[in-house]
Ligand binder design. Structure first.
Ligand SMILES: [Zn+2]
Length: 167
């Protein structure tokens, strides 16, 4: 999936965590969490040469390149998710869960991609949730529709909260 799709998925993840943790959307904490969610959602693509995350985290992406780490493998695996959960331990609860859920959203929606994800790395074999004819090809109209859907959800969550408050 494209970076912008992962950003919106990360945004939705952060919103879900805000609702779950009962944090007001109109706070500095929430603003930080929403930004963190957008970034965390795209983080796993540090393994993709030329991606924004690969440029931002250049030393890490260069290392992955030298180690010949292929796209949608280690960084998209359950093992790295577990490591991130451990490493993020000292973060405050809101930011901890925003980082974890945002990061997880990445391999999760990549499972809808036709290429699949090596979720159980280092065990070989890619996992895909949808049959090939239904799976979403990166940059396709299907992805645009999917992103639009995520965008509607990202607007719907705060809107529902406002409606709830005034009813
Ligand atoms: Zn990816």
């Amino acid at each position: 999936m494209l970076q912008k799709t992962h950003s919106v998925a990360g945004l939705v993840s952060a919103e879900v965590v805000l609702v779950w943790q009962d944090v007001s959307f109109l706070s500095w904490e929430a603003a930080g969490a929403l930004l963190l969610g957008c970034l965390a959602g795209t983080l796993a693509d540090v393994d993709k040469p030329g991606s924004t995350m690969a440029k931002v985290l250049f030393p890490l992406s260069a290392l992955l390149h030298v180690l010949k780490v292929r796209h949608r493998t280690v960084t998209h695996s359950l093992l790295v998710i577990a490591l991130i959960m451990l490493a993020a331990g000292p973060l405050p609860t809101l930011f901890y869960w925003t980082l974890v859920v945002g990061y997880v959203s990445h391999p999760l929606i990549d499972l809808l991609n036709d290429k699949g994800v090596q979720l159980l790395w280092p065990i070989p074999g890619k996992v895909r949730l949808l049959p090939k004819w239904l799976a979403i090809t990166t940059g396709s109209t299907g992805e645009t529709v999917f992103r639009a859907l995520l965008f509607v959800i990202s607007l719907g969550i705060p809107l529902l909260l406002v409606v709830q408050r005034f009813s």
